[in-house]
Ligand binder design. Sequence first.
Ligand SMILES: Cc1cc2nc3c(=O)[nH]c(=O)nc-3n(C[C@H](O)[C@H](O)[C@H](O)COP(=O)(O)OP(=O)(O)OC[C@H]3O[C@@H](n4cnc5c(N)ncnc54)[C@H](O)[C@@H]3O)c2cc1C
Length: 389
Amino acid sequence: MQVTEFDILIVGGGLAGLSLAWALGDTRCKIALVERSPPRPTPDWDVRMYAVSPANADFLQAIGAWKHMASDRIAPVHSMRVFGDGGAQLDFSAYEAGVGELGWIIESSLMACELWEGVRRQGNLTLLCPATPQALQVTRGAAVLTLTDNTKVSAKLVVGADGRDSWVRAALGLRAISTPYGEMGVVANFECQHLHRGIARQWFRPDGVLAWLPMAGNRVSIVWSTPDENARELLALSAEELCARVAAAGSGELGTFRLLTPAAAFPLRLTYLPQIVAPRVALLGDAAHGIHPLSGHGINLGYQDAKALAALLAATPDWQDLGSERLLGRYQRERREETLSMQAATHALHHLFRKDFPGLKPLRNFGMNLTNRLPLLKSFLVRYAIGDF
Ligand SMILES: Cc1cc2nc3c(=O)[nH]c(=O)nc-3n(C[C@H](O)[C@H](O)[C@H](O)COP(=O)(O)OP(=O)(O)OC[C@H]3O[C@@H](n4cnc5c(N)ncnc54)[C@H](O)[C@@H]3O)c2cc1C
């Protein structure tokens, strides 16, 4: 059976895999991307809305992808209000922190479709879609992937960008330590009565964390991370009941709501991998880590993985091995600190508000109010969260 040879084989054409492919567009690498189904545009508003950090908007700009994303569907976040469960409030503002925006709210499908269109036109890339892998064999000189139609492709480096239940990760037996939160992230889009003024809002409530993200126009997208039982109850509500419940949970800050996109729910879990590389293989995006969405960092970490790996690959001279242990070791070291610190901080914050030890509630609310009075600390927190150091 004939084996088609490539330099890099990316398994998974989600946001992480596509951004890596695009970032390698100007290199001499011969790339193949294996994806089981292409992204589809959503007729109305995608229910999966992500907060993209300024550092990643810069990354997408630098690779030439950002300008293709319809600007009238993207909303800047100018400030953020966080409410504790005992009356505390913490305000962050881009102006006070000396940055342009705290982030951008953008549809997952918009980013995916534009990135897909870009890589489709890329001269150094072959799209294998629809396609799924069935076997991966790593030898000294190359990794060989057999697809389910028995096609064989080989490469110096295989990148597993195939999401939280990564096939590549499983095929290699790379250990992933997953801790389910027992919660789901309930998402939905609404039109709201009052202007949101580019303010993101987040409530730490006894029934979970509710975020209202400002969308383009007078719309908000919500992520309500809540115990499974409560999530199921929210999903079963009629449109009117859901609008009333969400508006009331946010103390009516934006008046009444009208449902634009029906609610959907995603089970949440923390996933930690001691190793994100193996001989001739690197993982990135959700294949490499899983994080609670309360800090909105999942794909932000994935884009930074792609940026780091692309930079290392682009800087590798032609005569050097793209799948070398040295290169993969550097990639792993470069990504470890940011990933672990984001996972730890988000997990700790989640625990701080989910536990109910006596005295903890006033303490956490006191901590929030205190932080609110410390502009230098707030400015540091903002810069850390948006990746601006
Ligand atoms: C409720 C919720 C809210 C979130 N909000 C935010 C946010 O505000 N900001 C943020 O940064 N992140 C957020 N996230 C996280 C974000 O959704 C993920 O981090 C991101 O989608 C991961 O992208 P990925 O490309 O790594 O993986 P995926 O999106 O899972 O893409 C994997 C790709 O691989 C393909 N694939 C998988 N297996 C195979 C196979 N065997 N063969 C071929 N192809 C395969 C899939 O079809 C898919 O296209 C949120 C997550 C949730 C659940």
